[in-house]
Design a protein around this ligand. Structure first.
Ligand SMILES: *[C@@H]1O[C@H](CO)[C@@H](O)[C@H](O)[C@H]1NC(C)=O
Ligand SMILES: *[C@@H]1O[C@H](CO)[C@@H](O)[C@H](O)[C@H]1NC(C)=O
Length: 191
């Protein structure tokens, strides 16, 4: 996959190609979508890490036929058809939609029985409180299943199955006073 083949830079300097890992708009879109949900689930903000993003880029650009989670601490989504190579805005929008889509798995998550029910891994990694750094990358894998791909890698990796890790890292959308999060649990006293 040679993304550079498709890179075209407009006269104004605006990239009109698949966003690269150093594209500010792409980075901010990925970070904002993470922060939106992390804040609600009492998790700290994450920092973008270029080394992690390069690892995600290497992985996503390898374009395996079937997408897979190739290391602990990865989340990926894929779309078909992919946005056009020169449609930078649509790639950015796809990034936003996919990351928000990961949160939709929350309805299957049972906070009373913390753990790894089928199909909630994207959600739990998205809001995992112990994760501090991320890096994401996009690729158009022409001729492959689900060619429009987004990979995000996380450090420290979430979804650790050890005793108590899910309870400590995946919070419901009500945060104890003074914690991260904008939705503090409000205790109302009545006389
Ligand atoms: C970014 O991630 C790499 C790979 O895990 C790590 O070695 C490095 O310390 C991180 N950078 C910062 C600024 O934390
Ligand atoms: C990302 O999502 C998948 C699928 O739900 C999940 O299996 C995986 O464990 C998640 N994240 C990590 C930490 O690899």
């Amino acid at each position: 996959m040679k993304i550079s083949t498709f890179l075209v830079v407009a006269a104004a300097g605006t990239a009109i190609a698949i966003p690269k890992i150093n594209d500010e708009n792409f980075k901010n879109t990925a970070l904002n979508a993470h922060h939106y949900w992390r804040e609600i689930h009492c998790a700290q903000a994450v920092a973008w890490n270029d080394t992690i993003a390069r690892a995600a880029k290497e992985s996503v650009e390898s374009c395996p036929q079937n997408q897979r989670h190739d290391r602990a601490g990865s989340n990926l989504s894929a779309a078909s058809p992919p946005p056009a190579d020169d449609d930078n805005d649509r790639w950015i929008e796809m990034t936003r939609e996919m990351i928000h889509g990961w949160h939709e798995e929350e309805y299957k998550y049972d906070y009373a029985h913390p753990g790894t029910p089928e199909g909630t891994g994207h959600f739990t990694q998205l809001v995992w409180r112990g994760t501090t750094q991320i890096g994401c990358a996009l690729a158009s894998c022409k001729g492959k299943n689900m060619p429009g791909r987004l990979y995000c890698f996380y450090e420290p990796a979430g979804n650790i199955i050890n005793d108590g890790m899910y309870a400590a890292n995946v919070y419901p959308p009500e945060c104890p006073h003074g914690w991260y999060g904008r939705k503090e649990k409000r205790v109302v006293f009545t006389a």
